[in-house]
Design a protein around this ligand. Structure first.
Ligand SMILES: C[S@@+](CC[C@H](N)C(=O)[O-])C[C@H]1O[C@@H](n2cnc3c(N)ncnc32)[C@H](O)[C@@H]1O
Length: 233
C-alpha cells in the first residue's frame, strides 16, 4: 500500500530510526518497557505458539514474546520502514537470536491465507495505519481460531479531561522541545495530530466487536495516558 499517510509514516520512522529507542527511553522515562511488558503479560504467550509483532519498530515486543514462546514457537516482527527493521535485526544479531524473523512489509499487504498466528501484538502501530478499522480486521483475519490479540497505544481521552490536558502539555512542552534538539520536532509533532484522529477506547472496542472479536477489554494505564485493547477471536 502506498497512500499519502503510509508514505508520510514510513518517511518519519525511517528518519528517526537511529534515535528511536533512545528517544523512547528518554521521553517515557523508560516506562514504555513496562507498558509493553504489561501488554505481553495480559496476552500470556505460551511455549510453542506462533506469534506476530505487527508494526514492530525496533522489536521490543517481539523480544519479550520470544522469552515466553521459546525455541519451539515462532515469532515474526513486521514493519514497513526498512531502517527501523534493520535496527531490530542488529539487536537480534547482538543477542545471536535466530528464532525471531523480521520482515519489511506493510502489514496490510500480509497474505491472510498463508500466515496464521496464535497471537498478535501491535504497540503504537494502530494509530499510524491508514485505516484503523481495516487494521483491526486484518489482525482478525491473521489469527487462528481462538487466537488473541493486544493493541497498546496512546489513549485518546475526552477533550479537556485531566488526562487529555496532561497529554497535550506533555507532548507540547516535553516531547516536541526535546525532539527538536535532535532535529525531529516535525516528526514528533505528528504524535498529537495522530492521537486526535485515533478512536477512543470505547470506539476501538466497538470496532473490534463489529469485526467479530469476542471478550473485548479496553483498559487505560498510566493515569489514562495509554490504553490497551485485548481481544479474542
Ligand atoms: C510508534 S512505532 C512503534 C514501534 C514499536 N511497536 C514500539 O512499540 O516501539 C510505529 C511503527 O509502525 C510502523 N508502521 C506504520 N504503519 C505501518 C504499516 N502500514 N505496516 C507496517 N508497519 C507500519 C512504523 O514504521 C513504525 O515503526
Amino acid at each position: 500500500m502506498s497512500t499519502k499517510k503510509n508514505i508520510e509514516v514510513k518517511t518519519i520512522f525511517n528518519k528517526i530510526s537511529y534515535k528511536y529507542d533512545f528517544l523512547n527511553n528518554l521521553l517515557s522515562f523508560g516506562l514504555h518497557k513496562l507498558w509493553k511488558k504489561k501488554l505481553v503479560n495480559l496476552l500470556e504467550p505460551k511455549a510453542g505458539e506462533d506469534w506476530a509483532d505487527l508494526c514492530c519498530g525496533t522489536g521490543d515486543i517481539a523480544f519479550q514474546i520470544y522469552k515466553r514462546i521459546g525455541r519451539n514457537g515462532s515469532i515474526i516482527g513486521i514493519d514497513s520502514a526498512s531502517e527501523i527493521i534493520n535496527i531490530a535485526k542488529e539487536k537480534s544479531d547482538l543477542f545471536n537470536n535466530k528464532i525471531i524473523e523480521w520482515e519489511t512489509k506493510d502489514i496490510m499487504d500480509i497474505n491472510v491465507c498463508s500466515q496464521k498466528f496464535d497471537g498478535i501484538c501491535m504497540s503504537y502501530g494502530l494509530r499510524n495505519l491508514e485505516n484503523v478499522n481495516e487494521g483491526i480486521e486484518k489482525v482478525f483475519n491473521l489469527l487462528k481460531e481462538k487466537g488473541r490479540a493486544g493493541f497498546l497505544d496512546f489513549n485518546n481521552s475526552k477533550k479537556n479531561s485531566i488526562p487529555n490536558i496532561f497529554q497535550r502539555i506533555y507532548l507540547r512542552k516535553v516531547v516536541v522541545p526535546i525532539s527538536k534538539i535532535f532535529d525531529f520536532s516535525k516528526e514528533y509533532k505528528y504524535i498529537e495530530k495522530s492521537i486526535k484522529s485515533f478512536p477512543s477506547g470505547n470506539e476501538l472496542a466497538k470496532i473490534a466487536k463489529e469485526v467479530g472479536f469476542k471478550n473485548i477489554k479496553y483498559r487505560t494505564i498510566f493515569f489514562g495516558q495509554m490504553g490497551i485493547l485485548i481481544v479474542n477471536k
